[in-house]
Design a protein around this ligand. Structure first.
Ligand SMILES: [Zn+2]
Length: 698
């Protein structure tokens, strides 16, 4: 590792390289992505910049995954068409939600192909790979080797029948396609055969000792228990060589002899995307990228979801270690998963809140979503996003506490003093305690952020707003002004200091609100703008005689109706999924015409109907079959009330052998079908009066 001279600026400042999981460009992103990775990373980066550190926040689109080639095939377009489309959508969502990337790149960029290619060559030349001819799953009909998402089967670890060839999404186990039990090609549905092919493998077993020492001994205390636990269980299971190449035509060509027709495994090239994105940024900014990846004083932090732990804690560090000139991550604060209304977020099932859609329906309310996702961040366990909670946190916290406090302060300052910060006189004990409490907040919030406890940090920010709201409510300047002008000035001065602190400290969490509030307080110019540490250290945050602007609403109440619309949308998704999941039954065995003529099916009319006592499903019907009036027991009570069916013309199989149901003999069967939602429907003759009971169906 190389050591670089300390930066010329603040000697106390540190250099941070912060990376965020590269989203697959096969669809837009949703709240799960934002909550798990991008909002926490953005809070972290913004906080570190505010405290004077040298920060680069890196992101980019992962454009080489097999899902992309599958989607392209399904839509009849090229993979490049797919990634161009979604890269633009994803990049815009990040900008819209204020994710403050210093660079957002893409793995199809030439700089990335070059960087990943060179990385592979270096490891290859150093003899860090093993080359092996192995038997891989092959789909003869599709003329293609099957790896990763091209094959599904049963997970050998947990029995999930829909595990993929690279990973089981249920238990998180990282797999090789040949590990799957009962593998099936996702291209043709065929059972694949085995065929020989040559691949390059990274011998993870060779790095086991290093990983044990570095993580299991070195990061026992500072890594999150969920991350540490997962890593430990993998290492304890024993690590095996892992293929870093694939038989595919979409990706980065393998730069080695015999690599024709093969590309780098997406999980080999994707994390190198962090490096290429940093290089792209440095070239644009006229900086040297290497200290950000090679100086041992740089802190490298990977923000990811729990499904990526193995790649960021075992595979990528082994690659970096093998290369030899790179630093290793200082921490990998992976989050668990966010659920939506109690169910797992799912792109294919459209069970999600999509960011572009959210912005259309809640324009200019990005901070509300950022706030709620932070408050519910799945930091230590899976967590649930519900629309009711979204509404409650907006209405009861952002509107009623934060917004209400700021609005009162600004409105009263304008009303009493034409928007000029008044001169305070003697401070009371409560004033002094309040001002001292404000000064403590930068450290309190910072301590939570630095330990990756963003929920806690967000709640501390809200506590500062609570402090302000309570101070004002207790001090009642709107009453005091009638008898004591000097005291009123002091109260308003203190409240304005709290408002100013909120403008600064809210920036990492609520960047749009912070900008708006700084505008209202007229503190965007350097003379009165405060840094994070100023809030603790400066005697005065907003000086007397400073002119502030007019009040503007920071947040607005969300009505029940708006929330109900969101719930209705989810309900519609649920129905559509149920319908889609209803499998079409395969055709039964062929029968002869003679077989068919054995069935005596006639038109009948229901004359009477009543519920079978003590059952949920059964109705006892009296049916006029034209031949006779007979009793038929029918399992339709969950779809129809007795009153609904009386008088109805129905189709009856009249020569079905009678059988007893709950002691009542049923003499025939009424023909029914079912809607996708499971509601029964009569198979009716046309409701024509010309068709009489007893007419035969043939
Ligand atoms: Zn599994």
């Amino acid at each position: 590792m190389r050591t670089f001279t300390a930066s010329k600026q603040n000697i106390m400042s540190k250099r941070y390289t912060i990376t965020t999981a590269l989203p697959y460009t096969n669809g837009p992103i949703h709240i799960g992505h934002l909550a798990g990775v991008y909002v926490p990373a953005d809070i972290y980066a913004r906080y570190l910049r505010l405290t004077g550190n040298d920060v680069v926040l890196i992101g980019g689109s992962d454009e080489h995954g097999v899902p992309i080639t599958i989607k392209a095939k399904n839509e009849g377009v090229t993979p490049q068409d797919i990634v161009d489309k979604y890269h633009a959508i994803i990049k815009k969502s990040f900008e819209d939600f204020g994710i403050s990337f210093d660079n957002y790149s893409r793995t199809s960029a030439p700089i990335h192909h070059k960087t990943a290619s060179e990385f592979f060559k270096t490891l290859n030349e150093k003899g860090e790979f093993i080359e092996e001819i192995t038997e891989q799953l092959y789909d003869a009909e599709a003329n293609q080797f099957l790896a990763d998402r091209f094959v599904t089967g049963t997970c050998p670890k947990c029995g999930n029948e829909e595990a993929y060839g690279d990973q089981c999404e249920k238990c998180g186990t990282s797999l090789n396609a040949t590990d799957l039990i009962n593998p099936k090609s996702t291209l043709t549905g065929n059972t694949p055969t085995l065929k020989e092919t040559k691949h390059w493998f990274l011998p993870l077993n060779k790095h086991e000792d290093f990983l044990k020492k570095w993580i299991l001994e070195g990061h026992k205390k500072d890594w999150k228990p969920n991350v540490y636990g997962q890593v430990k269980s993998w290492i304890d299971d024993g690590l095996r060589p892992r293929a870093v190449t694939r038989d595919l035509d979409w990706g980065i060509p393998v730069p080695a002899e015999g690599g024709e027709g093969k590309v780098l495994y997406v999980w080999f090239d994707a994390p190198i995307g962090y490096i290429s994105s940093t290089i792209e940024w440095a070239e644009r900014e006229g900086k040297d990228w290497e200290p950000y990846w090679k100086d041992e004083n740089t802190k490298l932090i990977h923000f990811i979801g729990k499904d990526n732990i193995v790649f960021h804690c075992i595979i990528f560090p082994s690659m970096l270690k093998a290369e030899g000139s790179y630093i290793l991550p200082e921490n990998v604060p992976a989050n668990e998963f966010l659920n939506l209304e109690g169910n797992k977020l799912s792109t294919s099932k459209n069970w999600a809140v999509w960011l572009p859609e959210y912005l259309e329906e809640f324009p200019d309310q990005q901070d509300v979503l950022r706030y709620v996702l932070t408050a519910n961040a799945p930091e230590t366990k899976d967590n649930d996003f519900t629309w009711k909670d979204f509404q409650a946190r907006n209405n009861n916290e952002l509107v009623a506490i934060f917004g209400n406090f700021i609005n009162r302060v600004v409105v009263l300052t304008n009303k009493y003093y034409d928007g000029v910060v008044p001169e305070p006189s003697d401070f009371t004990d409560v004033d002094l305690e309040t001002l001292a409490a404000v000064k403590a907040y930068p450290n309190v919030i910072a301590s939570s952020i630095e330990r990756y406890r963003f929920r806690e940090a967000g709640q501390e920010l809200m506590n500062l707003a609570r402090l302000g709201n309570k101070y004002l409510a207790d001090a009642e300047p709107w009453k005091v002004i009638k008898e004591d002008e000097a005291r009123t000035k002091t109260i308003m001065y203190v409240a304005l200091q709290i408002a100013s602190a909120l403008a600064t400290l809210s920036e990492p969490f609520l960047p749009f609100t912070s900008t708006k509030l700084k505008g209202i307080l007229n503190v965007s110019s350097s003379a009165v703008e405060n840094s994070w540490n100023d809030v603790s250290e400066k005697e005065v945050l907003l000086p007397a005689n400073h002119q502030i602007g007019k009040a503007e609403l920071l947040f607005s109440k969300i009505e029940d109706k708006t929330i109900q619309e969101q719930l209705n949308k989810l309900e519609a998704s649920k129905k559509a999924n149920e319908a889609a999941n209803k499998a079409i039954e395969p055709q039964k065995d062929t029968i002869t015409f003679e077989d068919f003529t054995k069935l005596d099916i006639r038109v009948g009319t229901i004359l009477e109907a009543e519920k079978m006592p003590k059952t949920k499903k059964l109705l006892v019907l009296k049916v006029d079959t034209g031949i006779d009036t007979r009793t038929i027991v029918s399992g339709i009570a969950e779809s129809f009330s007795p009153e609904e069916v009386v008088g109805k013309k129905v189709t009856v199989l009249v020569n079905l052998a009678p059988r007893k149901l709950r002691g009542v003999e049923s003499q025939g069967m009424i023909l029914m079908t079912e809607t996708p939602e499971g509601k029964l429907v009569f198979v009716n003759p046309d409701e024509s009066d010309d068709v009489k009971a007893g007419s035969q169906i043939s």
